[in-house]
Design a protein around this ligand. Structure first.
Ligand code: ZN
Length: 234
């Protein structure tokens, strides 16, 4: 088996950093994304420009980057949405999860990614799950992913790793990792081409990238950038 990885790639800051991380470690890297009926299609349309710009930063990265697969999971998205609506009162009452929580999302994504990896002889999945900033999402915790890794290995009867390089990092540390992997050129590429904003805003350009500037995703990205920039590493 070749040393190959499949990156769960949403074209956001985290998965862009994961793609650079994988390109710097694996001989062959492919990407997978999911159309689950997101409100805005910006993240789907940013995939190719971001992949092209990022891999273009290094000849080795360009040679390592393989196919991109976008999988239609709109049926799941519709189901998850209705479940969210139905459970909203209960969830809020329990005081647990943010309303943006899509039940089981990472479990579904990893199962589908593992199926593609199996077919392509890839034995590592790479995802930007992180329990530092998103502690409210139970399917982002390493404990969940350890169990998932074991379930996939048993169910496929083939070892498959779930690599999560951002698991213990803050958003500021994710910028620092990007800088360590590809210098200012990689940071600039992620700022310019990655998309995180929940509102799909690509009109307003900030030092940290495009976005409405006020949604929770923009807020997190802006704050992380500010902490990192203050540390004087940019
Ligand atoms: Zn936003």
């Amino acid at each position: 088996m070749t040393r190959a990885a499949l990156v769960l790639f949403s074209a956001g800051q985290d998965s862009a950093t994961c793609l650079a991380w994988a390109l710097s470690r694996f001989e062959r890297v492919e990407t997978i994304g999911f159309d689950y009926g997101q409100r805005h299609h910006v993240e789907l349309s940013q995939r190719e420009p971001l992949r092209r710009a990022l891999s273009g930063l290094s000849e080795r990265w360009l040679a390592a980057l393989g196919d991109d697969s976008v999988i239609d999971l709109r049926g799941y998205g519709a189901l998850a949405e209705s479940a969210l609506t139905a459970d909203r009162a209960i969830a809020l009452e329990a005081g647990g999860l943010p309303t943006t929580f899509v039940p089981g999302r990472n479990l579904v994504f990893l199962s589908v990614a593992a199926a593609l990896a199996y077919r392509k002889g890839i034995d590592a999945l790479v995802g930007g799950m992180c329990e530092t900033d998103y502690s409210g999402y139970p399917d982002c915790r390493r404990a969940t992913l350890d169990a998932m890794e074991r379930a996939l290995a048993l169910g496929l009867e083939r070892p498959i790793r779930v690599e999560t390089p951002l698991m213990a990092l803050t958003k500021a540390e994710t910028w620092r990792l990007a800088h360590a992997l590809g210098g200012a050129a990689l940071v600039d590429t992620i700022v310019e081409h990655s998309h995180t904003c929940y509102e799909g805003d690509r009109e307003h350009r900030h030092p940290w990238g495009y976005g409405c500037g006020v949604c929770p995703a923009c807020d997190l990205r802006r704050k992380g950038w500010a902490v990192w920039a203050e540390a004087g590493e940019s």
